[in-house]
Design a protein around this ligand. Structure first.
Ligand code: FE
Ligand code: ZN
Ligand code: FE
Ligand code: FE
Length: 212
């Protein structure tokens, strides 16, 4: 009896999920994809590497600006002095990176325009989610480090690509500036890893044992 009820529920929720998937799929294919799955380009689509480079600059410009607002919130939620100062240091670095991007825009003869970065919006949201799921203290600190490292890795990937694009485009002055930022993002990632390995993960683990 119990089993039968359970099976019915499972079957029901499965078909509900199927319906949902179907709806999403048809919506996506209607708005973005052609019948063979190729995404249809917008009229504003990049026509060459230079356009793609500029689009990527606009994307990371938005992302860095969003981080200047998100990092103070993370610092406020951290308790480890080491972590708080790492985040605050990186906030100052991030503000410089925003200014450096403005220089890159002007070097390549483009206006500095921010275009929403869906990935960074998601990564920042994920960080907020991790904070909601943890009590203030070492465990939240460990979560903040995890979220921050996802952010740094996204930035490392982005600046690595931007350096490669600028190199191909022969924008040598832009390459130097972008390489500088890339090095800063890598440094931030290393500092966060060290903070986690040296103390915070151990403290977070002990917090768990205190509760048992
Ligand atoms: Fe950055
Ligand atoms: Zn981005
Ligand atoms: Fe992006
Ligand atoms: Fe960064």
């Amino acid at each position: 009896m119990k089993t039968a009820t359970k099976n019915t529920t499972t079957a029901k929720s499965k078909s509900a999920a199927d319906t949902k998937t179907k709806t999403t799929a048809s919506k996506t294919s209607a708005s973005k994809s052609t019948s063979n799955g190729t995404v249809k380009a917008k009229p504003s689509a990049a026509e060459g590497l230079r356009d793609l480079f500029v689009d990527s600059l606009k994307d990371i410009y938005w992302a860095e600006k969003a981080l200047t607002k998100a990092l103070p919130k993370m610092a406020k939620n951290a308790t480890s002095e080491n972590l708080i100062s790492a985040i605050n240091d990186h906030l100052a670095v991030t503000q410089e990176q925003v200014a450096r991007l403005e220089k890159v825009f002007s070097l390549v003869g483009e206006k500095a325009v921010a275009k929403k970065c869906d990935a960074m919006e998601g990564l920042i949201k994920e960080g907020e989610g991790i904070m909601e799921e943890t009590e203030v203290g070492a465990v939240r600190d460990a979560g903040i480090i995890a979220a921050s490292q996802k952010i740094e890795h996204y930035e490392i990937a982005t600046y690595g690509t931007l350096v490669a694009f600028a190199t191909t485009l022969g924008e040598d002055d832009a390459v130097l500036l972008l390489e500088k930022t890339l090095a800063e993002e890598k440094e931030a990632d290393i500092l966060l890893t060290e903070a986690a390995y040296n103390t915070i993960n151990f403290d977070a683990n002990e917090e768990d044992q205190d509760q048992e």
